[in-house]
Structure formats: structure tokens, C-alpha cells
Design a protein around this ligand. Structure first.
Ligand SMILES: NC(=O)c1ccc[n+]([C@@H]2O[C@H](COP(=O)([O-])OP(=O)(O)OC[C@H]3O[C@@H](n4cnc5c(N)ncnc54)[C@H](OP(=O)(O)O)[C@@H]3O)[C@@H](O)[C@H]2O)c1
Length: 302
């Protein structure tokens, strides 16, 4: 199988590239040759690459910056993916579009299902929701995977930020009234590989196409996730770790509003593809274990 993935250094893109091997070659469709903000050359590039499946893992992901950069965010997250999906449709290639829990406003008190109506609170979420719709309209062979709270050992994300703060801070203020499902980029990449194989071979049939939620099992708050990172660091290396001071979202200065509840119910994915992602705490442990730096008993927090 040949899989083309957008984005070069993105968390999900990199995790997919790490899985590239004889059974599945992962080809990179990235800047400067391919810019999602334009995507006018998508068909020409796809004709050269001849992928069996295209994964659009590239996106404008700076949630706060997007509030002042709506036009670019829209171009990268909606217009470009629409063009890419149309190019795929021309060549009868299925497209996997990665989307986000931030399409929801968080007012629901239980996990969100695919049937729930999106109502994004911020520019990023709105652009990603439009991206879902343009991709679906452009290519009937689409798999839209909404995921959430993605982290990886190397990427810029909440987990690596907490590890950095652990080296210098005595205490860290973390939002405790927003709840979601932390998701490992490595788990997602393995799932994307399995889905791509099923879609490319046709084993999952027509039901493989459509909208799915896919996130780590279980849920927590940002404060819960921070505490889990610090607990792991303390147990593993014996370092003193910062105290987590729980704050409300309205006490945290952020340009973009975020949903209080963006937990995703992933039952449809499990039914169709036959598996689910591990509990977030197990995957977090695997991610932290892979960081040798974190294991070293140096860098005592003051
Ligand atoms: N991170 C999360 O917590 C989270 C949560 C839910 C959903 N998602 C979704 O998951 C997907 C991947 O997220 P991530 O965390 O892996 O992203 P990331 O680490 O922030 O990386 C973003 C990727 O997008 C690429 N990109 C940005 N602008 C581009 C452009 N104009 N043309 C081509 N590529 C461009 C970047 O390319 P370069 O490598 O060239 O910089 C980079 O590879 C996105 O669709 C995102 O919306 C993420």
C-alpha cells in the first residue's frame, strides 16, 4: 500500500512516517512542493505519487493565532482540503481527513457522537468543520476522523509543555473545568494505517466511508492530564514535580474560547473498524517512557 500524507513535521504526519515500511510506504505531500493554502497542484502531484490513500493530517493548528488570521486558517483548513479531496476524487483515491473535537461548543454533558450538531466556539473549529463538509462534498470516498487533545513525544503539545515546565516551576496553573480525551499521535497513526488498509482493500465496504470519532479511551481534564504527566515523572525519576493548581478556563488568558466538554464517543468507529484506541493513561505512559530525557534523574524541579 502507498499512503500519501500532508504535513512534514506535524505530530500525526511524523508518527505515520515512522511507520513507513515494506507493507506500507508513507509518502510525504508537504511544503514547499505542496501548500494546503493553495493545493492547485494536488492532482499533478498525486499522479506522480500514485498513492492508494491520501491522509490529510496537515492543518492550521494554532488555535489562538487563528482568531486574528481567519482567512489563512480557512484557506489551509477548508479551501485546500476541498481541492485535495477533489483531486483525489478525480483519480478515485479515498481521502482520510483529520478533524477535531473543537467543532463542538461543549455544552453537552456527555461525550459527543457523530450525529451531534457542531457549533464551534472559535475560528479554528469553524474552519475545520467547513473542511469536513467540503471534503465530504468533493469526494464520496472520504473518511473523516475527528480526534482530540493530540500529543506525541517530539511535538509541541500540552504534554511536552508540562514536561518543560516540570523542570523549572514549583507550581503550574492548569484549567480543570474543560474535559476531553487525550490522544497519542502514535496510536492515531497505527489506527490510520489500519483504516487505510481496510479502505484500500475494500474489506470494510461502504460503511468505512463517512464521519467517525476516534480518540483515546477514557477522559480527563487538562489539570488531570498535567497531574498524570507529573506523577509519571516523579515515579520514574524521583524528581520533585510542580504542584498542579486547578483554575477555571475563565481564569486562563487565551484568545480563543474552547469547549468545556469535548469528550468524543467512539462507538461507531469501533463497530465499523473493529478496534478502539487504548486508555489515554496507558498511551501517555508509553509516550513518557519513550522520552529518555524525562527518565534521567537530572533536572530536579526547584
Ligand atoms: N493537536 C491537537 O491537539 C489536535 C486535536 C484535534 C485534531 N487535530 C487535528 O489533527 C491534525 C494534525 O494535527 P497535529 O497536531 O499533527 O498538527 P501539528 O503538529 O500542529 O502540525 C501541523 C502540520 O500541518 C502542516 N501545515 C500547516 N500549514 C500548512 C500548509 N499551508 N500547507 C501544508 N501543510 C501545512 C504543517 O506542515 P510543516 O510540517 O511543513 O510545518 C504540519 O506538518 C490536524 O488536522 C488537526 O486539526 C489536532
Amino acid at each position: 500500500m502507498r499512503l500519501a500524507v500532508t504535513g512534514a513535521s506535524g505530530q500525526i504526519s511524523l508518527a505515520l512516517q515512522q511507520l513507513s515500511g515494506p507493507e506500507c510506504a508513507v509518502l510525504v505531500l508537504a511544503r514547499p512542493q505542496f501548500d494546503l493554502a493553495e493545493a492547485g497542484n494536488a492532482e499533478a502531484l498525486l499522479r506522480q505519487m500514485r498513492p492508494d490513500v491520501v491522509v490529510n493530517a496537515g492543518a492550521y493548528t494554532a488555535v489562538d493565532l487563528a482568531e486574528q488570521d481567519a482567512a489563512r486558517c480557512e484557506a489551509v483548513n477548508a479551501v485546500g482540503p476541498g481541492r485535495l479531496a477533489a483531486a483525489c476524487a478525480q483519480m478515485d483515491i479515498p481521502i482520510l481527513q483529520i478533524s477535531t473535537d473543537y467543532v463542538f461548543d461543549g455544552t453537552k454533558t456527555v461525550p459527543y457522537e457523530e450525529e451531534d450538531a457542531p457549533s464551534p466556539l472559535n475560528v479554528y473549529g469553524a474552519s475545520k468543520w467547513r473542511g469536513e463538509r467540503v471534503v465530504a462534498a468533493a469526494n464520496p470516498r472520504h473518511v473523516i476522523l475527528r480526534t482530540s487533545w493530540v500529543y506525541s513525544p517530539g511535538g509541541r503539545n500540552f504534554v511536552t509543555t508540562m514536561l518543560r515546565l516540570a523542570r523549572t516551576q514549583n507550581s503550574v496553573d492548569v484549567v480543570a473545568d474543560q474535559f476531553g480525551c487525550p490522544t497519542s499521535a502514535q496510536d492515531l497513526a497505527q489506527a490510520i494505517m489500519r483504516v487505510s488498509a481496510q479502505v484500500a482493500s475494500g474489506t470494510a465496504g461502504q460503511q468505512a466511508f463517512g464521519l467517525f470519532h476516534l480518540a483515546g479511551s477514557g477522559d480527563t481534564s487538562w489539570a488531570g492530564l498535567a497531574q498524570a504527566v507529573f506523577d509519571h515523572r516523579r515515579l520514574r525519576s524521583g524528581c520533585a514535580t510542580p504542584m498542579v493548581r486547578a483554575i477555571r478556563a475563565d481564569q486562563h488568558a487565551a484568545k480563543a474560547a474552547r469547549p468545556k466538554n469535548s469528550r468524543l464517543r467512539c462507538d461507531r468507529f469501533q463497530r465499523v473498524f473493529g478496534f478502539s484506541l487504548p486508555h489515554w493513561s496507558l498511551s501517555l505512559q508509553a509516550c513518557l517512557d519513550s522520552l529518555t530525557d524525562d527518565a534521567a534523574p537530572t533536572g530536579q524541579a526547584p
